[in-house]
Design a protein around this ligand. Structure first.
Ligand code: FAD
Length: 510
């Protein structure tokens, strides 16, 4: 059954996770002001799925159960599903900055694919277990935290070669009724306010490291789980126009000998398929990241346009600010177009799941990862320095300064200074506060650092096909043929010996 945002917040009261935020123990996650902006942001994914105008984007029919589920928990059947998911993520993130719940979509799709493959290769029954789990998650409309990125320790060493094995989550013990896992996942979005975690491997493993190849579901309050988290957004800060309301907490999640029954285990040491799970998740997730950052781009474009107006400038007359806005639009719609292309060129795998195209997904994510800094620069360029120089909101009520400040800090005469200050504070919040930097970091490293995308582009791009194409052209002599008929200077033949006549050269020679 689909929940509302209020139902979701209330449902968190059923759980008693061991959560610390900046050293303080949190008794009730649902009521903690430090986490409220994160719960609000995830709430958008619930409320939007109940709005009639958003139903096609925000809900879908699950093929394996025939039931209508939240799009963020759906397994993709068609390229339209991919496109709708992309659009749905953009829609939610333009409202909330980052709606976080799309990570669950990405993981569920990847596990659906990987468990099909493990069963085919090893005769196991992981897929049936996973289907039971999937249907329960969809039925209860849960929020899942994706615990993939391990603490990793010394990056130059593999998991089994670390001094402290707990820097990677691993299987410590195998029992008849399940496994015991131990270790640390270092960066888990929304960790304190999810219902369950999906633990997944963050890299490909060799047989030497088979105990580190593990994927399973763990309730947020399972015995042995501890979460050390940051506040979500900028709760309680009066200058935080946006992120006092919407934000994201990330948590370090420590698994201290946590028992997981076999029903919740979806991969246990099948290394080859573990690698497939990791890369498949990465492709789904990078595709989703494109939608998420396009939503953030919408916020920057809108705030930039309002700031220009409040400053008294006109994009029709002042071409350099218009150019900056066009540059911003080009970046946002440019990487979003890669997401559209990845959807259109999606491929069905052996589990009948529709995968976004890997090359376009990775190119889109790579573009946004690096161009996020240009997006901030352009937003700053059109805004001016006021966004970081404006006195705090308490000054607005200081009887000794309020009147004169509001008189001199106005821009365009028909726009009140309070409105200009409000937009300036919003721009600061989105681009120049610690939350603004957060958007840079999640764009750069969230979903994998740029090098990971470059590797995937190189691994998936059909360079061989292009090489063959040119070899065939050379073998057929097409290039030489082309040169024979060409009248281009210096390209009359293979050696370019027929030098064209210069105007007036004949006369000069005579
Ligand atoms: C806001 C935010 C939210 C996130 N949410 C989640 C989440 O919900 N779930 C989740 O699982 N993860 C999450 N991540 C983690 C994200 O996937 C990682 O940040 C990313 O994979 C990079 O890993 P890292 O941060 O450990 O950086 P590192 O791996 O330390 O990388 C730092 C740099 O070192 C390079 N490097 C690393 N290892 C090597 C090596 N062996 N050889 C050469 N160079 C190397 C990298 O290319 C990079 O340039 C989130 C990240 C952010 C910033």
């Amino acid at each position: 059954m689909l929940m509302s945002a209020a139902d979701y917040r209330d449902s968190l009261r059923r759980f008693k996770p061991r959560v610390f935020v900046n050293g303080e123990r949190i008794d009730s996650v649902a009521d903690a002001p430090q986490l409220s902006p994160g719960i609000n942001a995830i709430g958008v994914s619930y409320d939007f799925a109940l709005k009639s105008e958003h139903l096609p984007l925000m809900t879908a029919r699950q093929r394996t159960s025939g039931k209508t589920v939240n799009r963020m928990l759906h397994i993709n059947d068609t390229s339209t599903d991919l496109l709708y998911k992309l659009e749905a993520v953009r829609l939610m993130c333009r409202e909330s900055g980052c709606a976080q719940r799309y990570l669950a979509h990405d993981a569920l799709n990847a596990i659906f694919q990987a468990t099909t493959r493990i069963d085919a290769n090893h005769g196991t029954d992981y897929h049936a277990r996973f289907l039971n789990y999937l249907h329960r998650v969809q039925e209860e409309d849960l929020t899942l935290g994706i615990a993939m990125t391990d603490a990793k320790g010394d990056r130059s060493r593999k998991p089994g070669a670390q001094d402290n094995p707990d820097v990677y989550v691993h299987i410590k013990e195998r029992r008849k009724d399940g496994i015991v896992i131990r270790g640390t996942k270092a960066i888990v979005t929304s960790a304190p306010y999810v219902h369950e975690f999906l633990v997944m491997p963050c890299r490909t493993m060799t047989p030497d490291d088979k105990d580190f190849a593990v994927c399973c579901a763990v309730p947020v309050d399972a015995e042995g789980v501890t979460i050390a988290a940051r506040p979500a957004g900028r709760p309680g800060e009066s200058a935080a126009k946006f992120s006092a309301r919407y934000g994201q907490s990330t948590g370090v999640v420590m698994f201290d000998d946590v028992f997981v029954p076999w029903d919740n285990v979806f991969l246990a040491s099948e290394c080859e398929e573990g690698g497939y799970l990791t890369t498949s998740y990465a492709t789904h997730h990078r595709h989703s990241c494109i939608g998420a950052r396009a939503g953030f781009g919408d916020l920057l474009i809108g705030t930039g346009a309002l700031m220009i107006e409040a400053n008294g400038l006109d994009t029709d007359r002042h071409a350099h600010v218009r150019d900056a806005m066009v540059e911003l639009i080009k970046i946002v719609e440019g990487f979003f177009a890669c997401g559209v292309a990845a959807s259109v060129y999606g491929i069905k795998d052996e589990s009948a799941t529709m995968m976004p195209d890997a090359v376009f997904s990775n190119i889109g994510k790579l573009l946004l990862a690096t161009q996020i800094y240009d997006m901030h620069r352009l937003a700053h360029y059109v805004s001016g320095g006021l966004i970081v120089a404006l006195p705090g909101p308490d000054e607005d009520h200081n009887p000794e300064t309020a009147a004169s400040l509001s008189a001199v800090l106005a821009g365009r005469p028909d726009i009140p200074s309070s409105q200009r200050m409000e937009v300036a504070r919003l721009m600061e919040d989105l681009t120049a506060s610690h939350q603004g930097s957060w958007y840079s970091l999640i764009s750069l490293h969230g979903g994998g650092s740029p090098e990971a995308m470059k590797r995937e582009i190189w691994r998936n791009y059909p360079v061989g096909e292009k090489r063959e194409l040119v070899e065939q052209l050379l073998d057929r002599g097409v290039l030489a043929d082309g040169q024979r008929v060409s009248k281009q200077p210096g390209r009359c033949c293979v050696t370019g010996c027929e030098v064209p006549e210069l105007p007036g050269a004949k006369e000069a020679a005579e």
